[in-house]
Design a protein around this ligand. Structure first.
Ligand code: DX5
Ligand code: ZN
Length: 225
């Protein structure tokens, strides 16, 4: 059962799933909040995954809603299509977007949650004044492109700034982290203010993905405030 809205959200990344057995791997994460879908174009990041056709099949097969993470150039051209195919949440990269607020409004207009992501080295100062234009801000905790990398604790001050500002404004924006999230790193991200956690290898690499999701969620809950 998905938790209440106040509970931390755990979004397993199918980058760590078995692409040839996607349907059975999706069935193993029925206790997650969203399934995180990493779209990479071999241009914005040096890796290539899948496009709208594949995501449409994941949408049709997944027991939980889709959280699409677009690591692509020219998101204004491609992001609306993912919202149109039914993804609950569509996140594009700030570094790739010419007009992030305009694109977020377009995504919301289609009915998706609009997310904006920043790489570890990208400042978030410009987002503080427009927090409520977004439903989710993703602070990358690794360089985007590959699963299985080590969590970068130096990204935590950005999360704290966002969290403080969101609290000050009474904002409903979700703060997401992605990259190297595991039972040994999730506590520090929760303490810094994250409420939505992407985990690839920590979930699909576990013998029991459902138990891994529950363990991550309860650990995050113990450390959130
Ligand atoms: C990295 C992707 C992540 C990745 C996380 O570019 O955005 O979503 O799948 O994988 P782990 O949890 O293994 O670091
Ligand atoms: Zn991702």
């Amino acid at each position: 059962m998905p938790p209440e809205d106040s509970q931390p959200r755990i979004n397993p990344s199918i980058l760590a799933a078995d692409f040839a057995n996607m349907q059975s791997d999706l069935a193993r994460i029925a206790g997650a909040d969203f399934v995180h879908v990493d779209v990479m174009d071999n241009h914005f990041v040096p890796n290539l995954t899948f496009g709208p056709q594949m995501v449409e099949r994941v949408q049709a097969t997944s027991p939980v809603p889709l959280d699409v993470h677009l690591m692509i150039t020219d998101p204004a051209r491609w992001a609306p299509g993912y919202a149109e195919l039914g993804a609950a949440s569509v996140t594009f990269h700030l570094e790739a977007a010419a007009e992030p607020v305009t694109l977020a409004r377009t995504l919301r207009g289609i009915g998706a949650r609009a997310g904006v992501a920043v790489k570890p080295g990208t400042p978030i100062d410009g987002l503080l004044d427009v927090l409520d234009e977004f439903d989710q801000i993703l602070v990358m905790t690794v360089e985007p492109g590959f699963g299985g990398q080590s969590f970068m604790p130096e990204t935590m001050p950005k999360l704290r700034m966002l969290s403080d500002e969101a609290r000050r404004r009474g904002s409903a924006v979700w703060l997401q982290v992605d990259g190297g999230i595991s039972e040994s790193t999730i506590a520090q991200a929760a303490e810094a203010g994250a409420d939505t956690f992407v985990a690839g290898s920590a979930v699909f690499g576990a013998a029991d993905p459902g138990a891994a999701i529950a363990a991550l969620r309860s650990m995050a809950a113990r450390h959130s405030h």
